[in-house]
Ligand binder design. Sequence first.
Ligand SMILES: Cc1cc2nc3c(=O)[nH]c(=O)nc-3n(C[C@H](O)[C@H](O)[C@H](O)COP(=O)(O)OP(=O)(O)OC[C@H]3O[C@@H](n4cnc5c(N)ncnc54)[C@H](O)[C@@H]3O)c2cc1C
Length: 457
Amino acid sequence: MNRSAAIASAFGHFSCAKQCCKNLWFLSNRFLSHPPDPEQSNSAGYPLPVEDVGTLIIGGGQAGLAMSHMLSQRGIPHCVLEQHRIAERWHSERWIGLRFQFPNWSILLPDFPFRHCNPDGFAKGSEIADFITSYAAFTKAPVRCGVKVTALRPAGNPSGFVADTSRGPIQATNVVVATGPYQRPTVPSIPLGDNSVFQLHANTYKSPDQLPPGAVLVVGSGASGAQIAEELQLAGRRVYLSVGRHRRLPRRYCGRDLIWWLSELGLDRTTAEQRGPHKTLPLITGAYGGHTVDFRDFAKQGITLLGRVLAAQDGKLEIASDLRANLEYGDAAYAEFLDRVDRHVDANRLDLPSDPAARTERPEPACVTEPISQLDLRTAAVKSLIWATGYALDFDWIKFPVFDSLGEPNHRGGVTKVPGLYFLGLQWLSKLTSSFLSGVGDDAARLADHIAARKMT
Ligand SMILES: Cc1cc2nc3c(=O)[nH]c(=O)nc-3n(C[C@H](O)[C@H](O)[C@H](O)COP(=O)(O)OP(=O)(O)OC[C@H]3O[C@@H](n4cnc5c(N)ncnc54)[C@H](O)[C@@H]3O)c2cc1C
């Protein structure tokens, strides 16, 4: 039994949520690698007690809660710190009309399926936020909301961590970082030279009426850019969509949803090692009943497609001549997937309807045959620009040497080289579905087993 466990069990408080608050032990500053913090000392200069929570989970989203559930099932004391609310990013960083990309029948957190009336429907973002919040209640997760971890550093004793938080330091033997795969919105450094254009990142976009009247340029053609562009066009806006390289997959094929096919083909179990060079997740949408994304259909509805935005000067954007190539890249991924399914259907003699319509090629729209190389925002009456350009990780606050030159954690399936330090919920943590709602539970169970085994040694 490690030191904190021994002390905590001696006090008889070592089984679950409430115990986190009671597992106090007095951490002498001589154990800390940092000098005494006057704010953490009493008037006599003696250090204040630092709470030991056993295992600390940072982040109260789907990953942190799944982790908490797995630790509870193994009787491992822990505590979850969430800087805002449970499922904060689903509450505040998603737009109102967002639809989940996976059908209702497939939505599941460990021991907790999603309740729905339509298995083939696609949930709203607010329903996902409610689902995750209900999960916290179902699992009785010991979450403390409104507590931000500002730094994670060595405790000074052989195997411990100190988390500096907005409510003071906390000590832990294990730490699971579950702060999300999409932490910091990224925007390319392209000053427009036109201050009259209202600019925002997709994480603060809410609805079409949030934007000033006029045309909208959406930059980025991932899941966010595609859904937002379609929503704006259907709301009557003139929309320009800058399309980058993407890998699109069919929403349905041969009568089955993509998610059914990923499982049937075993692709949802593709490991990080088997992944190959494609790190980006496939482009699908659950909007408007769920449909396959082919940007030529968007053009047919009236959206003007552009290549990537390269630069800007005085409100004039320079556009790359890569639109056709980017569409063809998406087509290749799509065709490759259909071929794979066809081979599987034949080899296994599956009794499913054939689907020749899925291979229908769309005519090239004018914006592809006569691509725009420069967009003058004033002439095009573009009044808003939405950067749907993705997210980056932000782990500057973790003071352990576990990051590569790009700031990405080095780990194997979430286990780092620092004993007791884990990551959960990141893209491709161990497999394709690691950052998906329904995939995080497997990783959480594996990490909980690792922590349990560590506790025994
Ligand atoms: C537009 C969009 C659409 C998406 N659609 C889907 C979809 O259809 N299906 C799907 O499976 N996934 C989807 N995702 C991905 C999904 O949102 C994420 O994978 C998921 O939210 C990850 O859950 P998480 O618990 O790992 O992280 P998060 O949900 O990001 O939760 C992390 C939590 O950690 C907290 N936190 C961060 N830093 C600290 C700190 N220092 N101290 C304390 N707390 C902290 C945050 O406040 C947050 O609540 C989508 C993502 C986006 C952006």
